[in-house]
Design a binder for this molecule. Structure first.
Ligand code: ATP
Length: 568
């Protein structure tokens, strides 16, 4: 069993390191030290995760719950904890101080000799799991008791990392890239083999344990599994689409639907649906499950597509309509479903026991067409996205115009010979749509409104992501473009994410929510830590199909800024 003390020591050491190479070495040391059985836990923990993202399990511990647990474990009132956090700016450092203080006051004869058994990482994981699974009446109490137990059994230093882990932010800058390299280093396996294993399993915990146990050979045998979602292949805007099409010679042109991405897993009669963020959204979409059961003729399959909300005539409705459907958390009665859904399938990754991602798109396409059955009457609810393979630029332009006229977003231009690359954004999938530059940014701060909107959060500080330092860098404040309903919805979403206290009505928000923001111009500015500021930022929509790490990066902001200069 690996003690949590050893894990905390690794975190502490990494916190003091600035080079990625040294960080990778420390993570590799940790992975080498941990037993195979505990490796999945350690691997996720070090990336600030308790459960793998694909599992759909949510830890669901908010700051207030954490403060109460710390308060019960230490005897310090919640109010004092909150004010300490305002000074330290961090839950981990606060927990460390509180527990040190408690120890000082507690050095009595009996407590001096009272030895706590060492906490193992498995024990920490199990307590988190019990807390996450508690639901309904009495669940708060169960969550608090389990956290309190962890704080009572930990040293101050362990408590620092337990509390950060409870909020899934260790603040040590270890992300997937570092862990991938660390697995290769720790178990002497090539980085590309680790990468491929990660792409098909979508779980570095499984990859680490497999690498330790069976090396390269075992990693190469890892495959796609039904009900374990695969990362979505992504697209990019081409700076020169004509040149890219010429390079491909012929391109596969498909309509680009503006809805929500769905990954369908079907085995026998059972259907599971995953969103772009790989959340299990099956319960929100029972009508879609029925459609798939009826029309996908395969013993087992994994399919990729876009779900669109449509009106009675099968015409697409606004993007926001479909996301409303995805947001429903619980089983929905058929009659309360809201807009009907149309599923447009465009790819297949697995069919009847065979992995298809290493086949060219044209081959996958044949398999897709072979297993989706839709008659004219059903084509309103399910269809395979039309695809034309051509190098004729005029024809491509014509299809593009038709797509826009039919109310879609544009077209996708795909390389017919390309493999399905999970999680990759590259030249093999290009998007062509009317240009309206927007940015997807993360809310990191907020302010209460005033007057009629005094009870609502009225202004949001938004930030871009820096994948190198894993930090969020502020670029501006948004307060326009929102309706009262949207303000209400965002106020609800953000109230559980407030961090620390308010200073003059402004408070920090844990980076979780992504907003799409339009703007007039990007300017250089000393007012924000990104060094940039948005001029006239305007809210477009909530992107709850995106994780904060998928927000636009500081590099993209820099790029848009310099493109602007060229335009002037
Ligand atoms: P980004 O990650 O760049 O912000 P986004 O989520 O805003 O992307 P786009 O990159 O504009 O989306 O377009 C890619 C998305 O388009 C896919 O994730 C998918 O949801 C959708 N889409 C619609 N039709 C297709 C299609 N035929 N093939 C692939 N993707 C499609």
């Amino acid at each position: 069993m690996t003690s949590f003390r050893e894990f905390a020591e690794t975190c502490q050491a990494i916190e003091k390191i600035s080079s990625t190479i040294d960080t990778t070495s420390r993570v590799a040391d940790l992975l080498r030290m941990v037993d195979v059985e505990e490796l999945p836990i350690a691997t996720h923990f070090i990336m600030s995760e308790v459960f793998p993202a694909w599992s759909g399990e949510q830890l669901g511990i908010g700051t207030s719950l954490l403060y109460v647990s710390l308060s019960r474990a230490s005897g310090m009132p919640v109010k004092s904890i909150e004010s300490l956090i305002r000074t330290t700016g961090d839950i981990g450092d606060t927990a460390l101080l509180i527990l040190k203080e408690k120890r000082k006051n507690q050095v009595t004869f009996s407590s001096f000799f009272e030895e706590h058994p060492e906490l193992s990482i498995t024990e920490v994981y199990n307590r988190f799991k019990v807390a996450s699974e508690a639901s309904g009446k009495g669940s708060q109490d169960i969550k608090i008791k389990n956290l309190q137990f962890l704080f009572n059994s930990s040293t101050p230093r362990e408590a620092k990392y337990i509390s950060r882990l409870a909020l899934e932010e260790l603040r040590i800058g270890v992300g997937e890239g570092v862990v991938r390299d660390a697995i290769a280093k720790a178990f002497s396996v090539p980085a590309d083999v680790v990468e491929h294993a990660f792409m098909v399993t979508n779980d570095l915990g499984i990859v680490a344990a497999t690498a330790k146990e069976g090396g390269v050979e075992a990693l190469e045998h890892l495959g796609i599994e039904i009900n374990r979602p695969i990362r979505m292949m992504l697209s990019q805007i081409s700076p020169d689409i004509v040149a890219d099409i010429k390079e491909m010679k012929e391109a596969a042109i498909e309509w680009k639907f503006d809805g929500a991405r769905v990954q369908v897993h079907k085995t026998g009669n059972s259907v599971t649906l995953f969103s772009r963020k790989l959340e299990n959204v099956t319960n929100s979409l029972p009508d879609l499950v029925e459609i798939i059961r009826k029309h996908v003729k395969a013993e087992s399959a994994i399919l990729d597509g876009e779900a669109v909300a449509v009106n009675e005539n099968g015409k697409p409705r606004a993007f926001q309509e479909i996301l409303k459907r995805f947001r429903r958390k619980y089983d929905v009665e058929e009659k309360a479903l809201g807009s009907p859904i149309q599923l447009n399938l465009f790819d297949i990754m697995y069919l009847n026991g065979k992995t298809l991602i290493d086949l060219p798109l044209i081959e996958r396409r044949k398999s897709l067409e072979s297993c989706v059955e839709s008659s004219v009457e059903d084509s309103k609810s399910i269809c395979v996205d039309k695809q034309v393979i051509t190098g004729d630029l005029e024809l491509i332009e014509k299809i593009y115009k038709e797509a826009l006229e039919a109310g879609h977003e544009g077209v996708m231009v795909k390389n017919p010979n390309s493999f399905y690359s999970p999680g990759k954004r590259g030249k093999n999938w290009l998007k062509k749509k009317p240009l309206m530059e927007t940015l997807d940014l993360v809310v990191v701060g907020a302010e209460w409104g005033f007057g009629r909107r005094a009870n609502l959060i009225g202004s949001y500080t938004v930030a871009c992501y820096d994948p190198e330092t894993l930090r969020y860098l502020q670029v501006g404040k948004v307060g326009t473009g929102l309706t009262d309903d949207q303000l209400k919805e965002l106020t609800e979403m953000l109230s559980g994410l407030m961090e620390g206290g308010e200073a003059g009505g402004v408070f920090a928000i844990r980076p979780k929510i992504v907003l799409e923001i339009a703007f007039e111009e990007i300017q250089k500015s000393p007012n924000y830590d990104s060094g940039f500021a948005l001029r006239f930022p305007r809210f477009i929509r909530i992107r709850d199909d995106k994780d904060p790490e998928e927000a636009d990066t500081i590099q993209r902001i820099g790029k848009v800024y310099s493109q602007q200069l060229k335009r002037l």
